[in-house]
Write a protein that binds this ligand. Structure first.
Ligand SMILES: [Cu+2]
Length: 428
């Protein structure tokens, strides 16, 4: 009986991973994709079980990252204590060990080339729950009374035996009650957690108001520029600084030229509260579209769109839509039905080489844009990597759509562009 109770207690006490995204706990790594120094990387902060204690930070590269190692700086927002280190981005990175002294809010500064991202996060350490104390305490008292009773020969004295048995039963009862009811009691907040604001959680926060611009205002083809996204809370006028990492990024930004021949799927750096920036270089003049997927805490996901114009003339390299400038594979994905019907599911399947690895938490990504850019869709292959990626997508309306399949292999992200003509359903 006691063994069953202990086992149950152990199961009840397994800490659930917290839902909030910028937290570092023993239970969950913090993973944030970043486009930095011209490459796609994912920063991984592994959890710590105690403070003071080590925080392990690695940078997973999905493309070759040249130059010196990436600079790391972790600073406590509460006492300013700062530790620094460096790490090399690699497909299977070595992790740098940075010592943190306390729980609570911290900032990770990531520097590569002349770019710096500032990622706020919280170091959390699980607290023993009050229920756990009661369960183990109850069982301990019961065991103590029983063993003590046996050793002191109490069974020979009925009155004392009764008292001991009652005490032991009470201990077991307390433990059992806690086991039964603990699941209905919220787990204690881990040490270092943000104070809970019940009002915003209950009512939700407004969607972020988004303003996008390029720096310089009118970039030239072939020259580097910054795409800057400023997020403001309309109800307070203050910067929105509570983005939740979804699909392993603070924001997914897809930049396409109007003709669809230029395509980048990037993950901007948080450079200041409410500000996201990514460096890009467009290879042809014309109008460009930027679609951003982001999620505010207590608010849900948002898809926002912006456009900008690039001047100058077509550059020699303007022949592909790949992430790295490598020629795009020529194998066109297979569609079933071959001519999709608006509003009905279409299966889209692309053969993949060996060695596909998950990127942004998924085996494959399918991104779809309508010709005019008014519609943007994004679905995933969620199965394990194999010889193909397969998606189901329902096109919203008839017409021509631009599509890209993306997946990661050992040293690069493969982008397969194709177009789809969608017909109207037969009306009878
Ligand atoms: Cu993304």
């Amino acid at each position: 009986m006691i063994r069953v109770l202990c086992l149950t207690a152990a199961l009840v006490l397994v800490p659930a991973a917290p839902a909030a995204a910028h937290n570092v706990t023993a239970g969950a790594d913090l993973r944030i994709a970043q486009t930095i120094a011209g490459a796609e990387v994912t920063v991984v902060v592994k959890g710590t079980t105690r403070v003071p204690g080590p925080l392990w930070i690695g940078v997973v590269a999905y493309q070759p990252v040249s130059g010196p190692p990436i600079g790391l700086e972790v600073r406590s927002a509460e006492d300013g204590h700062t530790v620094t280190g460096t790490v090399r981005a690699a497909a299977n990175p070595q992790y740098a060990r940075l010592q943190v002294e306390r729980t609570g809010p911290h900032e990770l500064r990531l520097s590569a080339g002349n770019e710096t991202a500032v990622i706020p996060f919280r170091v959390l350490v699980e607290r023993e729950s009050a229920g756990g104390v009661l369960i183990y305490g109850g069982l301990f008292v019961a065991a103590l009374l029983l063993v003590g009773g046996l050793l002191t020969g109490t069974p020979a004295r009925p009155g004392r035996a009764m008292a001991l048995a009652a005490g032991a039963a009470a201990g077991v009862t307390v433990a059992a009650m806690v086991i039964v009811f603990e699941s209905q009691v919220p787990a204690p907040a881990p040490e270092g957690a943000a104070p809970t604001s019940t009002t915003s959680a209950a009512r939700g926060r407004p969607y972020a108001q988004v303003r996008a611009e390029t720096v310089p205002a009118r970039p030239e083809a072939g020259e580097e520029f910054t795409l800057r996204v400023d997020l403001v809370d309309g109800s307070t006028g203050r910067p929105v600084d509570d983005l939740v990492a979804h699909h392993e990024a603070l924001a997914h930004v897809i930049v396409t030229s109007e003709d669809g021949r230029y395509f980048r799927h990037v993950h901007p750096l948080r450079t200041a509260p409410g500000r996201l920036e990514v460096r890009l270089s467009a290879d042809r003049p014309g109008r460009y579209l930027a679609h951003a997927e982001l999620e505010r805490e207590d608010s849900g996901g948002q898809l926002v769109a912006a456009d900008f114009t690039v001047g100058g003339t077509v550059k020699a390299s303007a022949t592909d839509s790949g992430e790295t400038g490598a020629p795009a594979p020529t194998v066109t994905p297979r569609l079933r039905p071959a001519v999709p019907v608006a509003g009905r599911p279409t299966t889209i399947e692309a053969a993949t080489p060996a060695g596909v690895r998950a990127w942004l938490g998924m085996t494959g990504h399918l991104l779809i844009r309508s010709q005019d850019g008014d519609f943007f869709g994004h679905v995933h292959e969620m199965g394990a990597p194999g010889s193909r990626v397969r998606f189901t997508f329902s096109f919203p309306e008839p017409g021509r759509f631009l599509a890209w399949v993306q997946y990661a292999i050992a040293d690069r992200i493969v982008t397969v562009p194709f177009t789809v003509q969608v017909t109207a359903p037969e009306t009878r």
